[in-house]
Write a protein that binds this ligand. Structure first.
Ligand SMILES: *Cc1c(COP(=O)(O)O)cnc(C)c1O
Length: 397
């Protein structure tokens, strides 16, 4: 290559300037130019630091992975195209034919399908158990159990997992513990510090926090990481540079958002106690909630204070008729959106969305009724949210 052409190429690649950009650039490139066959071979083998093909890694996912590692005090982190891709990565890297996996019966619906129906097709057996009952976990665990899976805060009744207790049982049986921390976020809870080996986050929810990105993350200890990088690239679980970049912006305010939304949720819960239109109120920060003490121990924000999260669930006094009136009265300020973690407060109705595939008796067993409503509290002022909720409750009285 003549010298002039070489300089032009270099100038295309690097904007040399006397000042540094405050915000990181987006690297949409799918492929990187190599200096020599030796360098290409070293990059592809992972023997040299650097990028060659973006399915294997790119600067935006590396930057985001560093932030996830720091938040979770993790030795390792991989960013994936969705929360489900992060769970798939856990399955594909940790399990093989003949293994057994012990899962919480309250897992996110698609996670249940992944580790039961899908995993079964590959010869992996699963057992569902109430992971809040440690004796039941001790009874259900087998010699072939390789992985135990639970959620820090389960949907929709916000049951809290005893991560330390689960880790001890898993490790006694040479199994690993995977915690889905999506409903808590690392602001509230860092499961690796309590003994988990792997943590999944659906960054789509609280971590990005703006409902404009689908993304996931798997964090973990180096001791369980051997197969992760190769599984991520071979199964193609890649995250786009644009999504990673947007999530960095979302995460820049995560700490503020989670602290604000959690203290608002606490205030709303306390104000709703004893309301005549509410039959049951589930919030782990309420003094009489059966999970309060465990949550107090496991959850602490960087300021050192315990917070109990931005999710709040209650059962309306009434069935579908009451639910429809309530949803109608809250819109459009509090929209019915079957997801969580937005800047704005949203509501969901588990019976018709997240738990629609369960039979009525399965739902009843989990404590989910027609009147069950789940709020994902946003960063608005507590008074504003309370006024909307009260309007809905008055509509059904
Ligand atoms: C949404 C969600 C997932 C899946 O994440 P996606 O980003 O939608 O793929 C997994 N676990 C929990 C608890 C979730 O809420």
């Amino acid at each position: 290559m003549d010298k002039e052409k070489k300089t032009a190429l270099a100038n295309d690649k690097v904007q040399v300037a006397a000042t540094a950009a405050l915000v990181p650039p987006i690297y949409p490139a799918t492929v990187y130019a190599c200096e020599s066959p030796q360098q290409a071979a070293d990059l592809l083998a992972g023997n040299t630091e650097g990028f060659i093909y973006s399915r294997d890694g790119h600067p935006n996912s590396d930057m985001l992975a560093e932030q996830c590692k720091a938040w979770h005090r993790a030795e390792q982190a991989t960013i994936t195209g969705s929360g489900m891709a992060a769970l798939s990565l856990a399955l594909l890297s940790q399990l093989q034919q003949g293994d057994h996996v012990l899962i919480s019966h309250q897992l996110y619906g698609r996670t249940l399908s992944l580790f039961t129906t899908e995993a079964a097709r590959w010869g992996i057996e699963s057992t569902e158990v109430d992971t809040c009952d440690l004796d039941a976990v001790r009874t259900a665990i087998r010699d072939t159990t390789q992985l135990v899976i639970a959620e820090t805060i389960a949907n929709p009744l916000l049951h809290v997992a005893d991560i330390g207790g689960l880790a001890e049982i898993a490790h006694t049986h040479a199994a690993r513990l995977l915690i889905d921390n999506t409903f808590a976020s690392p602001v509230l809870c860092r499961p690796l510090e309590w003994g988990a080996d792997l943590v999944v986050e659906s960054m789509t929810k609280i971590m990005n926090g703006h409902s404009d990105v689908i993304l996931g993350c798997l964090c973990g200890k180096s001791s369980v990481w051997d197969r992760v990088p190769l599984a991520a690239t071979t199964w193609g679980l890649f995250a786009s540079p644009h999504s990673c970049w947007l999530s960095m912006r979302g995460m820049a305010t995560m700490d503020l958002r989670v602290r604000q939304a959690s203290s608002t949720a606490q205030e709303l819960a306390e104000r709703l106690v004893g309301h005549s239109a509410i039959r049951e109120l589930h919030y782990p920060g309420l003094a009489d909630n059966p999970h309060q003490r465990l949550a107090q121990k496991q959850f602490s924000t960087p300021g050192g204070q315990s917070r109990f999260g931005s999710m709040l669930t209650f059962r309306l006094a009434g069935d579908m008729g009451a639910v429809e009136k309530f949803i109608h009265a809250l819109a459009p300020e509090i929209p019915f959106c079957p997801s969580l973690g937005d800047l704005k407060t949203t509501l969901s109705h588990p019976e018709s969305t997240s738990h629609r595939e369960l039979s009525p008796s399965q739902r009843k067993q989990l404590g989910i009724h027609s009147g069950t409503i789940r709020l994902s509290v946003g960063i608005e002022q507590a008074n504003e949210i309370f006024a909307h909720v009260e309007r809905g409750l008055e509509a059904i009285c």
